[in-house]
Design a protein around this ligand. Sequence first.
Ligand SMILES: [Zn+2]
Length: 559
Amino acid sequence: MGLRLRLPICALLVLVTLDGCALLNRRSVQEVLALAVQDGDRELRTPMRAMRGGTRVLVFALDGVSHDNFLEAVRSGQMPRTADLMGDETDEEGIFDRAYSAADVLSVLPSSTTAAWTSTFTGEPPGETGVPGNEWFDRDAPRVHAPNPVTTDRRYQVLRSYNEDWLGKLVRVPTLYERASVRSHVSLLQIYRGADMLNIPEVEPFGTLFNAALRDVFGADSAMYRFYENVDEVSIKSLDESLYRYGMADLQVVYFPGIDLFTHIAPSPITSQRRYLEKVIDPAIGRVLDRYEEGGVLERTYVLFISDHGQTPVVPEERNALWREGDDKPPELLRKAGFRVRPRSLKIGDGDGDFQAVLAMQGGMAYVYLADRSTCPATGMRCDWRRPPRVEEDLMAVVRLFEEATRTGAHVPELKGTLDLVLARPGAAPGDDAPPFQVFDEERLVPIDTYLRQRPRPDLLDFERRLEDLATGPFGYLAGDVLLLSRMRLDEPIEDRTYFGEAHHSWHGSANRQDSRVVMVLAHTAGSGSILKDVAREALGRRPLQTKVTPLILELLDR
Ligand SMILES: [Zn+2]
């Protein structure tokens, strides 16, 4: 590897992976070098679909930005390019001179990157898309999938997403780009199946970013801000060149991953994120808008700002981070109850092994997959994962275990008070429509609406239906047998919040408002805010979720 090596930006992205960025610290330099992605503009169709011209849609996809934070940054006057595009805010809620901002659009559950973007760009909930989180276990295979690994160090699936459209192959429904039948270009997003071109920025010169990566590997926090800033700046430079070379596609998706990575590790995550929006994202947006303007197409372009989820501030303490191995963490609890837990050291795709329980972590929630242990009672025996766990001996045993541990500290005292809710459902197996989750109320499983009638939780937004979107449907079984909700309550002190991820300054994945309310702003330089509102509300319908972004874009392309 000489100094002339050009390090693709994705190599840096996968170093940190979108939601498992802290794994970076365990990474060796060799691994850094081993991560190679084909970069530049990659034509995905031969031939590419012809440019249709006329009405275009330009999507800015901001990872990890909540609705409130985005609007506050726009209102502050510190995002002049975005504010200029949207025009002055009127007295009517959400309406600007040339834009409409919907305040009530929710992410899917879990409010985490891979599930959310997949649902956004297919228009279907996780139980239909087959992508229920950043990582999951498929008992039908059996194997772990980890497009954004949290519990594992292995990240070749991230690379394969870019090089071989590996994630696209797991998505079980048509994508927006397949449904839109117009020339579609995607910059950096992992969900690009069916598009005409994928733009993967490359980093030149090699030195700057790689040095930042090295400093990261060795744990110098000071390099972090600059590092993530570079991720988004470099990607925009590359996109700019691509726009120059290929022109403005009918549908262009511009993805900013760096802001999420940055927010996870930034002290004062909410204000730091605002600073990032102002200093990095707004100029980048301005640059793309300039290119559209110079190309004479901005006046016929709908501009859509969206995000996948927000971020909830937490404390970066080990005791609050529930993901890792250790004698005070959830895998140990399962082991103490006699379950053989799938070790993290196993290769990601390896279904071999005599494990009887698998955990997959999504920040604000975790999935526990359980075997019918009668098929594999002795060490060394491989379980029949196609069968669901037995209700009493396997499923309820684990449900009681976690409920007791969080209520009393039984078995693992450090777990006392760490969980918000323990949910479960019997009979989630491949081939059937899986049943919805129910809440364990210290005695038995009760339907979510019954439970919430007795103990109202208005902080869990649209909780029952969003969990149903995740857990039912042809691929609902992928969300596991037991679902643990960590304590990410905004009405509790930050010190009490817990999360299934490594220690960070912010996490997401929960059903709270901060994680769940996403950005949805529709703007048009020649448009009027009230007309844009009508268009957006029509597509959003009675239940505004991020799955409505796909129908909205299809509608806009038709205009
Ligand atoms: Zn994300």
